[in-house]
Ligand binder design. Structure first.
Ligand SMILES: Cc1cc2nc3c(=O)[nH]c(=O)nc-3n(C[C@H](O)[C@H](O)[C@H](O)COP(=O)(O)OP(=O)(O)OC[C@H]3O[C@@H](n4cnc5c(N)ncnc54)[C@H](O)[C@@H]3O)c2cc1C
Length: 448
């Protein structure tokens, strides 16, 4: 039996709206897909999942149409199946290890996880309050998962968020057509129901310091402030009008909803947009620009095989008419106040670097230029240096907070995890860090 295909919005229609592209399985499709699971004695898929969800057991419950039980199984390890089912790189994790994948197509574990998350009705358990206060800094997946784990164990949890809305990249980075904001709202509502308090518009390190949080009675602090500081190309012309970091462009679109007519946030009007980069962020920016009626080129210095973006994102971008220019790197952005052209040089791939990917090297005298009205740079991010300036934490040379194996920082009682520790990574890795930190915080507080 073949893998059930995820129904999607028609590419011709979807480039004119921001509605979700993947439409989700029906009950019949989910049960048919679930029946493809071989229920292996030693399930490799569980090893492939960073939070070790009991995948065969939740799938078995889908077959028995016991979706609330399936939800309980998933949420023993991951409280956000609707989010992870949509954005996790399953093809590199659980699905990569699926035995069915050796000779054919792996079971669509991510699609099934999403089905459960979207359709179950289930109250999360929580232990009675112990009145011990813990502060979480940052409301991205790292902060949310730490907050929920601690609240379920009875701790009095307050999440401080710099922006006016909670969710981190789930809110301001990943577009509506991949992760509808009502899903992020539902998940945060779930946490509020558990009793987690959210305080937004508070920048820790500026509005309040870590020391002041301790003085306010918080007994432990978890920092999950992510990696929101964009990298730039450092080429001439980068300061011209019409050049954006992907962070700024996506924040305008997603958080400030600049794509809606009633939004007061401006967004560039461009007939042609060039996006530089080959990861998920580049795909998200390109697909947003396409929905803003632009002809979009993605310029990537390696080839398609080396692109770090999820395969599904690349496929969807291609279906939406986005054009790819591989093996090219920008060397100058040309214009008179405003961007007019992007000048690139062709690249060839030489020996692999330490990451195992082949190194791109410029081909002499191969420069070419593309006419464009806007350039969006999606070249990766560093952690925001704010906490570095104000608090006594140790940082490594990439600006990430240094932690031990329990995610404890150099300040007693302060823990950290997610992108602020690892550099830009994935949602599930950030969630895993939140759970590990929650356990470490409980051990630390028990010893205290
Ligand atoms: C556009 C984009 C698309 C992506 N797509 C995917 C994908 O498809 N799949 C996937 O697995 N991963 C994806 N990622 C990566 C993933 O989103 C991140 O790895 C993950 O969100 C990291 O979680 P986090 O909680 O560590 O940080 P974040 O999600 O960055 O959250 C950090 C939060 O802390 C807040 N904050 C920062 N400083 C302070 C402060 N001083 N005080 C208070 N609050 C503060 C920020 O405002 C933010 O809300 C994507 C990333 C981007 C940018």
């Amino acid at each position: 039996m073949n893998r059930q295909i995820m129904p999607t919005q028609d590419p011709k229609k979807r480039i004119n709206n921001f509605n979700e592209v993947n439409l989700g399985y029906s009950k019949e499709e989910a049960i048919l897909e679930a029946k493809r699971c071989l229920d292996c004695k030693k399930p490799k898929c569980v090893e492939g999942c960073p939070v070790n969800i009991n995948i065969p057991l939740f799938i078995k419950n889908i077959i028995e149409d016991n979706i609330n039980k399936a939800y309980e199984v998933i949420t023993n390890n991951n409280l956000f199946p609707s989010i992870c089912g949509r954005v996790c790189p399953q093809e590199l994790q659980c699905e990569k290890q699926c035995i069915r994948g050796i000779k054919g197509e792996s079971v669509a574990i991510g699609n099934l996880e999403r089905y459960v998350g979207d359709n179950a009705e289930y109250e999360l358990y929580k232990e009675p309050s112990n009145n011990i206060k813990v502060a979480i800094v940052g409301s991205g997946p790292a902060g949310l998962s730490c907050a929920s784990t601690l609240r379920q164990k009875g701790y009095d949890v307050t999440v401080f968020e710099a922006l006016h809305k909670v969710g981190g990249v789930l809110r301001y980075g990943i577009p509506e057509f991949r992760l509808p904001k009502k899903i992020v709202d539902n998940e945060t509502e779930k946490l509020k129901k558990l009793g987690v308090r959210f305080i937004s518009n508070v920048v820790i390190g500026k509005t309040i310091t870590i020391d002041q949080l301790f003085m306010q009675g918080f007994k432990a602090i978890y920092i999950g402030t992510g990696a929101g500081l964009p990298r730039f190309l450092n080429v001439p012309g980068e300061n011209l009008n019409g050049v954006f970091s992907a962070n700024e462009y996506l924040t305008r679109i997603n958080l400030m909803e600049a794509y809606k007519e009633e939004s007061t946030t401006p967004i560039v009007e461009a007939k042609t947009v060039c996006v530089v980069g080959g990861g998920n962020v580049a795909m998200d920016a390109a697909r947003c620009a396409r929905r803003m009626n632009a002809d979009v080129y993605v310029i990537y210095r390696r080839s398609k095989n080396e692109m770090p973006a999820r395969l599904e994102e690349i496929k969807h971008a291609e279906e939406e008419g986005i054009k790819f220019i591989f093996l090219a790197n920008p060397i100058e952005i040309i214009g008179n106040e405003k961007v007019e052209k992007i000048k690139c040089i062709k690249m060839e791939l030489k020996e692999a670097d330490s990451s195992g990917r082949k190194t791109p090297v410029p081909i002499p005298n191969s420069e070419f230029a593309i006419d464009t009205d806007a350039v969006i740079l999606a070249l990766g991010n560093y952690p925001n240096p704010l906490l570095k300036n104000t608090d006594n934490l140790n940082f490594n040379k990439w600006g990430c907070i240094e932690v031990d194996e329990n995610l404890a920082t150099s300040i007693p009682g302060v823990f950290a995890g997610g992108d602020v520790v690892t550099g830009a990574a994935t949602v599930i890795k950030a969630m895993e860090a939140g759970q590990i930190a929650a356990k470490s915080i409980i051990n630390y507080l028990n010893q205290e």
